[in-house]
Write a new protein. Structure first.
Length: 312
């Protein structure tokens, strides 16, 4: 990552690519300075809850967010509200056992059903001193009402605290939100595509089941068409769209995203030099033609071959 630090994400065609990093622990943030990443594109707040043995009190949450912002040293941070449920179970919350946790009360659904929990998290974020570089992102949104309700909740708390509500966006990680991205992009401040879950839900293949590895391929044309729709709708409404799933960290897949028009990526910092190198080297290709080609292909292998032929 150090090798691209001074290029400031400008590719050979003179366009700006924003490279952010994903994190969930304070100790990861030293890589932010080392790497020169633009900021934290996804901060997984649930990690504090997952590594704790008891429910983190509001004071602990406040301290945690404060240390994240301090460690980010002036760079922007997108805090994703709790994404508990599914593969991220927290015993001390004593949540009901579900038959299909991935299709259950997870992400924003859990926050909206447990408003005390949501309240203490939002208050902890909004009382931090660096509000001007914070954005709030809601996970597992699948209906317009999920977003409106969440936004109203944060706005109400911001009013109570007498602070300005930060920009609020959603993760697109359900087929429902990908298909109505036109509607979402009219009302949200930004979108980040969570390709780990989006792939799992489009392909109906549990992301944790290694026997299903060949189904969990974000280069499947169904997944790429969904992503393409989200990028096009966001562009049309002039809102920032990024990808923060693992797909961004794979140079071949990241190149597919670039061809679809993506300009903002959030990834593991160690992947960034490879991704930047590939985007940079091939930034002068005719993206529209390659986009048309890959969106008309019938499986991930064909798409992968097309991309590898270009970048090898
Ligand atoms: C995703 O689903 O792509 C994502 C970034 O969220 P997580 O991996 O934390 O579920
Ligand atoms: Mg997810």
């Amino acid at each position: 990552y150090k090798s691209i630090k001074d290029k400031k994400g400008i590719t050979l065609d003179g366009k700006r690519i924003e490279l952010n990093m994903n994190a969930g622990l304070v100790m990861e943030l030293n890589q932010l300075e080392e790497s020169g990443a633009d900021g934290i594109g996804l901060f997984r707040t649930e990690l504090q809850f997952l590594i704790s043995e008891t429910l983190p009190r509001m004071e602990e949450q406040k301290n945690f967010y404060r240390s994240v912002l301090d460690a980010a040293k002036g760079k922007k941070v997108i805090f994703r509200t709790l994404d508990i449920g599914g593969d991220k179970q927290v015993d001390y919350l004593n949540l009901p056992i579900e038959e299909n946790p991935f299709l259950g009360v997870r992400g924003i659904r859990l926050s909206l059903e447990n408003l005390d929990l949501f309240d203490s998290q939002v208050k902890s974020i909004l009382t931090s001193e660096s509000l001007e570089r914070i954005k709030i992102m809601f996970p597992m949104i699948s209906t317009i009402e999920d977003f409106i309700e969440s936004k109203a909740f944060v706005t109400k708390i911001a009013k109570e605290l007498n602070v300005e509500a930060p920009p609020m966006g959603i993760m697109v990680e359900t087929p429902a939100s990908a298909f109505i991205a036109d509607k979402f992009s009219e009302i949200v401040d930004f979108i980040s595509i969570g390709t780990n879950d989006l792939t799992q839900y489009i392909m109906a293949a549990d992301r944790g089941n290694s026997d299903l590895g060949h189904y969990q391929d974000p280069l499947h044309p169904a997944v790429l068409r969904a992503i393409s729709n989200v990028i096009d709708c966001s562009d049309k409404n002039n809102i920032e769209v990024s990808v923060c799933g693992e797909m961004s960290s794979d140079p071949v897949a990241a190149f597919a995203l670039y061809v679809l028009g993506l300009k903002t990526f959030s990834m593991a910092p160690s992947a960034a030099p490879f991704v930047f190198e590939i985007l940079n080297t091939h930034s002068k290709i005719n993206k529209a033609t390659v986009k048309e080609t890959i969106l008309s292909q019938k499986n991930a292998d064909e798409i992968r071959t097309t991309i590898k032929d270009i970048i090898s």
